[in-house]
Design a protein around this ligand. Structure first.
Ligand SMILES: *[C@@H]1O[C@H](CO)[C@@H](O)[C@H](O)[C@H]1NC(C)=O
Ligand SMILES: *[C@@H]1O[C@H](CO)[C@@H](O)[C@H](O)[C@H]1NC(C)=O
Ligand SMILES: *[C@@H]1O[C@H](CO)[C@@H](O)[C@H](O)[C@H]1NC(C)=O
Ligand SMILES: *[C@@H]1O[C@H](CO)[C@@H](O)[C@H](O)[C@H]1NC(C)=O
Length: 345
């Protein structure tokens, strides 16, 4: 008992407030393992994740327009007719929401935390507070994932719900990290959540803790974990039962674009008369306008075996100054004289 108390105090030096979400739904094994590991590491964690599979919804901000679910949720864990949002009866820290990953972040920031985890609401909702729940007046980090399946290319950067949630958090000024695993199977936590050290979900969960705790350690007195308007995209390789020789992958700094990253294309089959989607590399994906140009691409690092890619992104979508000036100059005749951008620095 004493050892436990000591361990808890020790862990709580880095005790932070984390929102956890994903796109595979709140029933996915990966997110349940990550929730458990982040809590075990001493963090205050509130999970708000979609009630059903929302892979591929990117940053779309869908909110439910009914109070009840019109269809069963993922794995029919929540059923048609259940409320459109709610928490696990056994744990006020685990919420589902009939929305997209991006809107789950919004629902966490704008509804769940103010209503159930703020120091000012604590007295009002006193009876609702599960015992032992911490208040979370400030959110230190949004963690999205670990997704079931990697999110590597810039194509996926705009498609992935995992990344969509992280980008949407960055829009709100909340530091965010998207984690994507190589374990593609959409598994139900009731079937697959265990304490087996070789279970990829458990290895990923520990990697999430290692990574965020290192960042938190270095944060020291800084108010923010990451600079305003930035986030991190991380992809994790096949581990544990999917590659028994990979249990402790090496972290590698990467670029989101670069060699091996692909754009979506449409393929037409002359025989069947049907179209299908595919992907291809393009020259455009090799340009280095921003970031460290010597870094390898996420795609090349994940293809090289037991390594995890780490890319810092920003939500400043504008092209660099020199490019803007070049293009704006060619458009000059359309603009008023006093909007001369070339002389402005
Ligand atoms: C995939 O997930 C399903 C649903 O949880 C589970 O029944 C099945 O065993 C999993 N398969 C593998 C290979 O992990
Ligand atoms: C094109 O369609 C035909 C007929 O359905 C099919 O047999 C063939 O495999 C398809 N080709 C490709 C490249 O998908
Ligand atoms: C795919 O990429 C290759 C190499 O860049 C290029 O030659 C080819 O035309 C591309 N195919 C399509 C369909 O874009
Ligand atoms: C499995 O891990 C080993 C390193 O431990 C690595 O060399 C190998 O490429 C990995 N295999 C796959 C398929 O990722």
């Amino acid at each position: 008992m004493q050892i436990f108390a000591f361990a808890f105090l020790f862990a709580c030096v880095l005790c932070k407030n984390i929102i956890l979400t994903n796109d595979d739904g709140f029933t996915a094994t990966n997110i349940r393992a990550a929730y458990r590991a982040l809590k075990d590491a001493g963090h205050n964690v509130v999970m708000v994740a979609p009630v059903s599979q929302r892979s591929g919804w990117s940053g779309k901000f869908d909110v439910p327009y009914t109070k009840d679910l019109l269809t069963d949720g993922e794995f029919a864990y929540k059923k048609k007719g259940d409320p459109a949002w709610g928490y696990e009866p056994s744990d006020l820290g685990i919420w589902y929401f009939n929305g997209t990953p991006a809107s789950c972040v919004g629902f966490a920031l704008d509804y769940v935390l103010p209503k159930y985890f703020s120091s000012s609401s604590k007295s009002e909702n006193g009876s609702e507070q599960a015992s032992g729940n911490q208040t979370m007046d400030k959110v230190d980090l949004v963690v999205s994932g670990p997704n079931e399946g990697v999110n590597l290319s810039p194509g996926l950067f705009t498609i992935s719900g995992t990344i969509g949630a992280a980008v949407s958090a960055a829009y709100r000024g909340v530091p965010s990290i998207a984690f994507s695993g190589s374990n593609g199977n959409n598994s139900f936590f009731k079937d697959s959540l265990d304490t087996d050290k070789m279970n990829p979900s458990n290895i990923y969960a520990n990697l999430v803790v290692d990574f965020v705790d290192q960042l938190f350690k270095d944060q020291e007195e800084d108010e923010r974990l990451l600079p305003l308007g930035t986030g991190i995209n991380i992809n994790l390789p096949h581990v544990g039962y999917e590659n028994e020789s990979c249990t402790d992958p090496e972290w590698v700094y990467t670029r989101i674009t670069g060699p091996g990253s692909t754009a979506s294309i449409v393929k037409f089959n002359e025989t069947s008369g049907l179209v299908s989607s595919g992907s291809n590399t393009t020259k455009a994906l090799l340009v280095d306008y921003n970031g460290l140009d010597f870094l390898p691409s996420e795609a090349s690092v994940l293809a090289s075996g037991c390594k995890s890619s780490v890319s810092l992104f920003s939500i400043d979508y504008d092209a660099p100054k020199t490019l803007q000036k070049k293009i704006y100059k060619s458009l000059k005749p359309l603009f008023k004289e006093d909007t001369n951008v070339e002389d402005n620095n």
